[in-house]
Design a binder for this molecule. Structure first.
Ligand code: CAA
Length: 246
């Protein structure tokens, strides 16, 4: 298996950490970004204790300039980026009639504009080398909508629009572009949902439980594999049967 360089945005979060580990377990060199130095160093130390050596670069994915600088730093540290996982994301939930422009803007900038900011400086190299894997981590709520998430659902649906356009533009150049849409996974983000709301949501999941971060990371590993070369422009739903469609 070829060892490649992977950049996972938001890799210190719940799903992000599992993705970093999955890619490293496949033999890839993995980098992620951070904004909070103290939190990042603690995370890196924990990862070392778990047997993983991840590169860290400082920067905010909402800034095109910082995103470009991070990409160049990863390339300097590890080599050209062949695998990009656009995973960084936040929630600012609230019913739309109460939603502020700040809540809207923060989520669109972090979850959607970041995808432009980070992919733009990576795509030329992938096209030149004729190999690449780009995966957007979207959400079940980008597909079905969610009470209190007009901002988040708009951003997450937008991510897949990006996927299917970029997939068409780069299919002949060996670059696949796909979306993974997790349902409710046991991470800090989901645990921040008020308990009584969360209990109702969990009761609606046919498997009867929240997902595990590793169950999302497994799908990312599958799509990154050399043998997934003909899978492009697809969305993979992983939600315990919470939302089914075709
Ligand atoms: N369906 C129907 N009605 C709902 C509802 C729902 N899902 N959720 C709330 N309501 C109703 C309440 O019953 C209440 O009705 P009454 O006024 O008649 O009693 C009303 O909405 C409350 O509305 P408010 O505008 O006052 O809402 P609030 O300020 O109390 O907060 C909320 C509402 C922020 C949306 C809160 O319900 C919430 O946090 N919901 C969870 C949203 C969610 O699923 N977020 C996912 C985060 S994790 C994630 O995003 C990861 C991922 O990808 C899956």
């Amino acid at each position: 298996m070829t060892s490649r360089v992977a950049f996972v945005t938001g890799g210190t979060g719940g799903i992000g950490t599992a993705i970093c580990k999955q890619l490293a377990d496949m033999g890839h060199k993995v980098a992620t970004n951070y904004r909070n130095e103290e939190k990042a160093k603690a995370w890196q130390a924990q990862m070392k204790a778990d047997g993983y050596d991840f590169a860290l670069v400082k920067g905010d994915v909402t800034s095109p300039d910082e995103a470009q600088a991070m990409v160049r730093e990863v390339e300097q540290k590890l080599g050209p980026i062949d695998i990009l996982i656009n995973n960084a994301g936040i929630t600012r939930d609230g019913t739309f009639h109460k939603m502020s422009a700040q809540q809207w803007g923060d989520v669109i900038n972090t979850n959607l504009n970041s995808v432009f900011n980070v992919t733009r400086p990576v795509i030329d190299g992938m096209r030149e080398r004729k190999w690449g894997r780009i995966i957007q981590i979207s959400s079940i709520n980008g597909l079905k909508g969610q009470y209190g998430q007009a901002n988040y659902a708009a951003a997450k649906a937008g991510m897949h629009g990006f996927t299917i356009s970029l997939a068409r533009e780069n299919a002949k150049l060996g670059v696949t572009v796909n979306t993974v849409s997790p349902g409710y996974v046991a991470t800090d983000m989901v645990m921040a949902v008020p308990e009584e709301v969360r209990a109702k949501i969990a009761a609606d999941i046919p498997t009867g439980r929240l997902g595990m971060p590793e169950e999302i990371a497994y799908a990312v590993g599958f799509l990154v594999d050399e043998r997934a070369a003909w899978i492009t422009g697809s969305n993979l739903d992983i939600n315990g049967g919470h939302h089914m469609g075709w």
